[in-house]
Design a protein around this ligand. Structure first.
Ligand code: GUN
Length: 292
């Protein structure tokens, strides 16, 4: 049976370190400030935004939650971003994705001050990730996955990591992060995706499988080598009549069968999820320090 990687416990440890850094900044009269912008009323996005706001407040950060109607125009949203860029009390800005269809998300991301882009989506930060320039911001979920592996004492150096999925939020930045030339990375990275041939043959050669493909139960026992480490980034809704909400959240990994083969595995929920918000706070603290 696999060892369970407890994302909540590891995130708590991260918060203890962050509290110390926040206290140091406050001694210099700086309170790190995060602005989260939500356009429209997608229920899942609202829930994420609420939990980010709550965590900021618990840690004593300045938190600004901007909830704009779905009718907000591109021009209006751009001018809100400009205001936040110019606001010296705000060090990090996050525009919740996905926005309504009439919003050009790429243009919004490019309008962010890259020094406040705590999501790491701005082209300047993407370039810094490619260039191994540690002054940039790395997207929160990849950063959280790397930290989970390190804190769980799983060796990344020289390991064969297979990433499932090539999104700009998870797969692609995660592959870049883990192949960087430093002691927290140095992995041999393979990326597979929806069009990959012989996918299971490739994942069976992995020391570490990281799934961010967004399909419930996609990773099965025959994808996994005995003793591999399995990290599940997926958050998928599946119908569940027994649940009050009518659905439950599951990962990309068929947990019951894969946990019998893996040496370590993350649950959903309680694995990668809690780490993502911890890394958002970490990026905000970094932004405040770099903007000093
Ligand atoms: N929606 C889902 N994940 C993310 C994220 O990491 N950042 C933003 N801005 N939106 C998201």
């Amino acid at each position: 049976m696999a060892k369970l990687i407890d994302g909540r416990a590891i995130a708590e440890k991260v918060y203890v370190d962050l509290c110390r850094e926040i206290a140091e900044l406050k001694e210099k009269d700086v309170t790190p400030g995060l602005a989260v912008v939500l356009v429209g009323d997608d229920p899942a996005s609202r829930a994420y935004v609420r939990s980010k706001d709550k965590m900021c407040r618990e840690l004593g950060l300045h938190s600004l939650k901007l909830e704009l109607p779905a009718s907000t125009t591109q021009t209006e949203l751009l001018s809100r971003v400009e205001e936040l860029n110019a606001d010296s009390a705000i060090h990090g800005i996050l525009v919740q994705s996905p926005p309504p269809a009439h919003i050009d998300e790429t243009a919004i991301v490019r309008a962010l001050d890259p020094r406040k882009d705590v999501d790491g989506f701005h082209p300047e930060n993407v370039a810094k990730l490619v260039l191994d320039d540690s002054s940039g911001f790395v997207p929160c979920t990849p950063l959280g996955v790397q930290r989970l592996l390190i804190e769980s004492k799983i060796n990344i150096n020289g390991a064969h990591v297979v990433v499932l999925g090539r999104s700009m939020i998870v797969g692609k930045p995660l592959a870049l992060l883990l192949m960087q030339k430093n002691e927290k990375a140095n992995a041999t990275v393979t990326v597979v995706h929806s069009r990959s041939r012989d996918l299971a043959e490739i994942t069976r050669t992995a020391d570490i499988i990281i799934s961010a493909i967004g399909r419930a139960g996609f990773v099965q026992a025959d994808h996994v080598r005995e003793g591999a480490v399995v990290i599940d980034v997926g958050i998928n809704r599946v119908e569940d009549a027994a649940s009050e909400r009518g659905y439950r959240l599951v990962g990309d990994v068929a947990f019951d069968e894969v946990s019998k083969k893996a040496s370590a595995i993350t649950p959903v929920p309680g694995g990668v999820g809690p780490m993502t918000i911890a890394m958002l706070i970490s990026n905000t603290v970094k932004a405040a320090r770099q903007l000093l």
